[in-house]
Design a protein around this ligand. Structure first.
Ligand code: ADQ
Length: 487
């Protein structure tokens, strides 16, 4: 690999956020699955990460602080958004249309016509940032639904190099995608990437079905193989399923450290019950937090013998706090926690421990390690890395994973996990009871199976298979795409 080549990552947000508090800028690491996965493959490669710093700060204010905040060998390039762009591109098109629609929650969508033009305008802004910061030979890897028009904008600017895209969230079925007023334009724009990566084979299948239905003249679909090839008027596009993961070695070694082990023991002592059930989520309505709390309440209603014996620790990391729907969700969660605790708390036992903040890596691992059961019940999720992180932190192989069948992770982890329908509260309550009654042998066997699968298909395997797909479709003589996967 030529050492001069750089990897250019483009995502809506940078891996840290720059909050303006009382006129001063506070830099904090950002949370989220995309960042967890990408930062673990950045160690060896010269990288530029282009994204929004997440505040109203001016480019010059951010630039002064940005280099100290960069992870590893990575240079951060801010794309600052005006307040109109934040309102219509980020809160509007991305979070009021694409996020709910792609998670099958179309009733939550606001298809305001004015969002589309600004979505395109901001995609062009990110494209310009790529032009200004990358050479023609650099590798450009675009991430997620905020930037679906970026390749089309780059092509309009004369860029001919290989462009790769990974879609972190689900891709909906044609019946759901049909609701999008700009459905054909969106699909056509996506065909300007050379490689399109999806989380699961069902996302890939949905994408192909949408193409057939809404852009049938634009692509001839050549095979049903693992990596599909789509012949378009501008060339060949490859599309495949690449299930994202975490760095098994890093998570598992750190979980076994003395510090994390001590912290986990302290947590366990404070909780002081037989069964510790854990939920960890970004604050988001797709994660099914209220439904999970109701299922736990049902469990307490149905099983008096579990009172004083089981506690749910629900950790929520603040997310999209300035959006009213998320503020409402936060209030709903707080109301539910208060009401359940009000009903069931007895001397020395609080049924739900609620934590609303970002945890650092060791604290998070200690929570995973301290738990007997992880309750990962999103209503819909591209993959869900929390499920994988919990299992990797279970060095003793003793924990049980209860996992929503609507998470992408279910395709990979279904053999060892207890799968549930997140809307079936009775089913979730029964699964918790079942998990508590598993023999040690059953728990060990299930968890070993899951951990072996994650170790095999870890984040480097994900990145490598994606890079191979890019290389297999790149023009002859093209320098191979490599993303700095650590050895
Ligand atoms: P997310 O929706 O952010 O990711 P997920 O994959 O579960 O969902 O990742 C959440 C990340 O946030 C995890 O790495 C977790 O450790 C971290 N996190 C959660 N709570 C935290 C807390 N309190 N403190 C600190 N960190 C916390 C999107 C898609 C997913 C997809 C990923 C990756 O929605 O479906 O799995 O991208 O592609």
């Amino acid at each position: 690999m030529n050492a001069g080549k750089k990897l250019i990552i483009v995502s809506n947000r940078l891996p840290c956020s720059f909050e303006k508090v009382n006129g001063n800028i506070r830099v904090e690491p950002a949370s989220g699955g995309l960042i967890t996965a990408m930062t673990s493959i950045l160690r060896n490669k010269e990288t530029i990460w282009i994204g929004w710093p997440g505040s109203d700060a001016e480019e010059s204010e951010v630039a002064a602080l940005i280099q100290g905040a960069s992870p590893g060998n990575c240079r951060l390039v801010p794309v600052c958004l005006s307040s109109v762009e934040q309102a219509k591109f980020y809160h509007g098109f991305s979070n009021e249309i694409l996020w709910p629609l792609f998670h099958d929650l179309q009733s939550r969508c606001n298809f305001a016509p004015c969002y589309w033009a600004i979505y395109r305008q901001v995609n062009k802004k990110y494209a310009m940032a790529v032009l200004q910061n990358a050479d023609e030979s650099d590798y450009v890897w675009v991430h997620d639904y905020h930037l679906l028009l970026m390749a089309e904008e780059l092509r309009k600017l004369g860029v001919t190099r290989t462009l790769a895209y990974f879609h972190h969230i689900p891709f909906p079925s044609p019946d759901i995608f049909a609701k999008l007023p700009w459905r054909s334009e969106m699909l056509r724009a996506m065909l300007n990437f050379n490689v399109l990566g999806f989380q699961t084979s069902s996302d890939l299948r949905n994408f192909v079905r949408c193409l057939r239905r809404f852009a049938s003249g634009d692509a001839r679909i050549n095979s049903e193989a693992k990596l599909l090839t789509l012949e378009t008027n501008h060339g060949v596009v490859s599309a495949g399923a690449f299930p994202i993961s975490i760095d098994f070695q890093e998570f598992s070694t750190r979980a076994a450290s003395t510090g994390v082990t001590r912290m986990a023991a302290e947590l366990r002592q404070n909780i002081n019950v037989h069964h510790c059930v854990l939920g960890v989520d970004r604050l988001d309505y797709t994660k099914g937090i209220p439904e999970r709390l109701r299922a736990f309440e049902l469990l307490l209603d149905q099983s008096i013998e579990l009172h004083r014996k089981v506690t749910l620790v629900q950790v929520v990391v603040p997310s999209r706090e300035d959006i009213p729907k998320y503020q409402e969700l936060k209030q709903e969660v707080e109301r539910l926690v208060a009401s359940i605790n009000g009903r069931f708390t007895r001397d020395g036992w609080v049924p739900i421990h609620y934590v609303y903040r970002r945890l650092d890596r060791d604290e998070l691992l200690a929570h995973y390690k301290a738990a007997d059961i992880a309750l990962v019940t999103p209503l819909k999720d591209g993959m869900n890395l929390v499920a994988k992180e919990f299992c990797v932190a279970q060095n003793g192989n003793e924990g049980v994973l209860i996992l929503s069948e609507c998470a992408g992770a279910a395709q990979q982890l279904k053999i060892g996990a207890l799968l549930v329908n997140p809307n079936d509260l009775d089913g979730v309550a029964s699964a918790i009871r079942r998990a508590m009654m598993f023999s040690r042998t059953e728990r060990l066997c299930r968890m070993r199976t899951i951990r072996r699968s994650i170790a095999r298909e870890n984040v480097s395997a994900w990145a490598e298979s994606f890079c191979n797909a890019v290389n297999s479709c790149a023009a002859e003589g093209h320098e191979p795409f490599a993303c700095g996967v650590s050895a």
